[in-house]
Design a protein around this ligand. Structure first.
Ligand SMILES: Cc1ncc(COP(=O)(O)O)c(C=O)c1O
Length: 297
């Protein structure tokens, strides 16, 4: 395999209060898969790239904001596979020099095309894709965040790498990872923690699952069983508070666990709060570390 998912170990969190309640807390360290194609990124890209190869296109194009982990992961995977890559970046005022992540994408050979916010808003539209293909012929388009059927089935595989557990917590952006976990679980409880304020998790998951060909009745049945913890966005997407920064420092020192500010710190904070409030006694809880650490290193 191109990027080795066996590097994703399970880390047990040692904590007296958890032990006293009979709670086993395990971190699935997908962040260790690769420094750039990290966390949920290789999970999503693995089958997307297989599909690209079958499509006989010549290059890959995808979308992202200035700090997009998905853009970096796509640039890095395409570099390794010698696939030409184009990144459509939100913000016409930006350049490759805007931050280390964009600079790294360029170093990896990704051609960065900066567009206005208005143009970027069209990123999911078929007509816009047709225009992009006229401009960049023989191009395979990956949706923002790898949010498609192939991204989902790659994430589904994570469940097969876990020991017996009762609950699994995951951060949410596009919902691709959580949809994959939802299709993989069998009786366990999925908890999603959106990083975006006012994000309608169940609706977004339902849209993505139906676009991926999952029947609406099954989708509804599966989504009925999940728990959404929507109060841990810390003010909204990419917003940070002192409390969140303190929590990140605490996790680093106490558990040698590095978390990113945008997704994993918020989701892990949410998990720890829920553990305080809820009777999870005598259960095994898994937290999926979805990566996102390039800019924190
Ligand atoms: C580090 C990290 N964690 C979690 C997520 C959220 O995953 P998803 O978009 O699949 O919901 C993302 C975004 O893709 C991310 O970059």
């Amino acid at each position: 395999m191109l990027f080795d998912t066996r590097k994703s170990i399970l880390q047990e969190i040692n904590d007296k209060e958890l032990s006293a309640r009979g709670i086993t807390l395990l971190i699935k360290r997908d962040d260790l898969i690769h420094p750039e194609v990290s966390g949920n990124k290789w999970r999503k890209l693995r089958y997307i790239i297989e599909h690209f190869k079958q499509s006989r296109n010549e290059r890959i194009l995808t979308f992202g904001g200035a700090y997009s982990n998905h853009l970096l992961a796509t640039a890095s995977a395409c570099h390794r596979l010698e696939i030409p890559a184009i990144g459509i970046v939100r913000g016409e005022e930006l350049s490759e020099e805007a931050n280390p992540l964009l600079k790294r994408c360029q170093e990896l050979g990704m051609y960065l095309h900066f567009v206005t916010r208005e143009e970027y808003a069209l990123r999911g539209m078929k007509e816009y894709h047709e225009e992009l293909i006229l401009e960049f012929p023989n191009t395979y388009i990956i949706p923002e965040g790898g949010a498609n059927y192939y991204g989902i089935i790659g994430c589904q595989e994570i469940i097969g790498e876990l020991p017996a557990f009762d609950h699994i917590f995951v951060a949410q952006g596009t919902s691709t990872t959580s949809c994959g976990l939802l299709l993989g679980i069998n009786g366990q409880q999925l908890h999603v923690v959106p990083s975006i304020k006012n994000y309608d998790s169940k609706k977004e998951m339902s849209i993505l699952l139906s676009k991926s060909g999952i029947e609406i009745d099954l989708t509804e049945e599966l989504l009925n069983g999940i728990q959404v913890h929507e109060m841990y966005h810390f003010g909204g997407y990419a917003k940070v508070t002192d409390e969140l920064i303190d929590f990140i420092d605490y996790c680093e020192k106490k558990h040698q666990l590095t978390l990113d500010k945008v997704y994993t710190a918020k989701a892990f904070y949410g998990l720890m709060q829920e553990i305080k409030k809820t009777d999870y006694n005598h259960s095994t809880i898994v937290f999926l570390h979805t990566g996102g650490l390039f800019l924190t290193r």
